[in-house]
Design a protein around this ligand. Structure first.
Ligand code: NAD
Ligand code: WQD
Length: 348
């Protein structure tokens, strides 16, 4: 038995969940959380941004068999075959392309992949009578808004095609829930997922130079990159650097288990964040303190498309999903660094 396996049924009903994109960063951690909560999982992923080994690692951590399908979720026949050969009680749909900058360069690819996969999947669910659906949305759909971001806010246009795909999928799934009274969908708006499983065996593996702050920090700490460029120190924030709501990926994963448990008819939006804002400089200091390393950094101009400040109002998730994030920024930094130090598959 792997020392990290905590498999136990906490008294909930066991369900078999199709996890699309389950070989990716958030998907792998969510598979672990689902199995720990007593569910079983089937994973479908085209491995466009992940590796088959991650499925083997989940098996090692959880000591469970995981049926894995290397398929594109836009392939209707392949998706229907999964529903024909497995009894599926619900779906968590992570599969999607997620790089904001790349979506500006390749909008057609992003709209095709993220919209068609969602349409194919949800239509197949309707055909096979699967009425429990959880969708990965993003805080990016709020655009530039007043903080804290609350689910009832009017959405502002996002600055990139990636964000638009999330907003469009939310709309599609909301309309489908309206037309199908048995259909339940949670639209989960993630803030900034960071960190890794406590085992250090799975975590985020960016392709090439990371876009996001935490993987950039771990690579500077490891000496793969000389220094961190901090994008802007003239924002109206505590120290002039951008503020975000970083959430530990295992808290996020547990948020998905809660969302499945408390699914209710119709479409319901939930913010998954901590409710706490942390500036870039504060995260750098926390990383240094947590891991006893020094991060060399320089100030550079703002990155186009960035907003000053983004953090969640988490009251709805707390009330309706009985869920709150438990892990602090120091734990996020420690776990991210442990994974970076262990990670043998970093060079993709
Ligand atoms: P990821 O790239 O690590 O995982 C996504 C997985 O989906 C990958 O394994 C990829 O191979 C797979 N995939 C992509 N298109 C597919 C398709 N058409 N068919 C089958 N598989 C496909 O990304 P992640 O960080 O784990 O994100 C998961 C989801 O959460 C995405 O939808 C992303 O947009 C959303 N999200 C992520 C963040 C973040 O910062 N990581 C924030 C908000 C929302
Ligand atoms: C965080 C802060 C940067 C890198 C992105 C997507 C969003 C969502 C989560 C998917 C900002 C600063 C960063 C660096 C820096 N993904 N920074 N130097 O931009 O908040 O959100 O990931 O849905 O849609 O946009 O995350 O980690 O890139 O940036 O100074 O090298 O760190 O300016 O203030 P972001 P991030």
């Amino acid at each position: 038995m792997c020392p990290y396996s905590k498999t136990s049924n906490r008294g909930g009903t066991t369900t078999n969940i199709l996890v699309t994109g389950g070989a990716g960063y958030i998907g792998t951690h969510t598979c672990i959380a689902l199995i720990e909560a007593g569910h079983t999982v089937v994973v479908a992923d085209n491995l466009s941004n992940s590796k088959r080994e991650s499925i083997e690692t989940i098996k090692r951590i959880t000591n469970q068999e995981i049926p894995f399908y290397e398929v594109d979720i836009s392939d209707r026949q392949a998706v229907e075959r999964i529903f024909e050969t497995n009894h599926i009680d619900g779906v968590i749909h992570f599969a999607g392309l997620k790089a904001v900058g790349e979506s500006v360069e390749k909008p057609a690819t992003y709209y095709e992949n993220n919209l068609i996969s969602t349409l194919v999947l949800v239509n197949s669910c309707l055909k096979y009578g699967i009425n429990r659906f959880v969708f990965s949305s993003s805080a990016t759909v709020y655009g530039e808004n007043e903080v804290p971001f609350v689910e009832t806010m009017e959405r502002y246009p996002t600055t990139n095609p990636y964000g638009e795909t999330k907003a469009m999928c939310e709309r599609i799934l909301t309309d489908i829930a309206k037309a199908n009274p048995l259909f339940s969908v949670s639209l989960l708006r993630y803030f900034n997922p960071v960190g890794a499983h406590e085992s250090g065996l799975i975590g985020e593996v960016p392709t090439g130079i990371p876009n996001n702050l935490m993987p950039y920090l771990t690579q500077v700490a490891k000496g793969k990159i000389d220094d961190l460029s901090i994008f802007g120190n003239d924002y109206p924030t505590i120290d002039g650097t951008g503020v975000r709501d970083y959430i530990h990926v295992m808290d996020l994963a547990e948020g998905h288990v809660a969302a499945l448990t408390y699914l209710k008819k119709g479409a319901h939006i939930y913010n998954l964040g901590t409710g706490q804002g942390t500036s870039v400089l504060q995260l750098v200091k926390a990383f240094e303190q947590a891991n006893g390393v020094t991060i060399s950094y320089k100030m550079v101009p703002r990155r186009s498309g960035d907003i000053a400040c983004c953090y969640a109002d988490v009251d709805k998730a707390r009330r309706e999903l009985q869920w709150i994030a438990k892990r602090d920024v120091i734990t996020m930094c420690k776990d991210a660094w442990r994974f970076e130090q262990n990670n043998l598959h970093q060079e993709v």
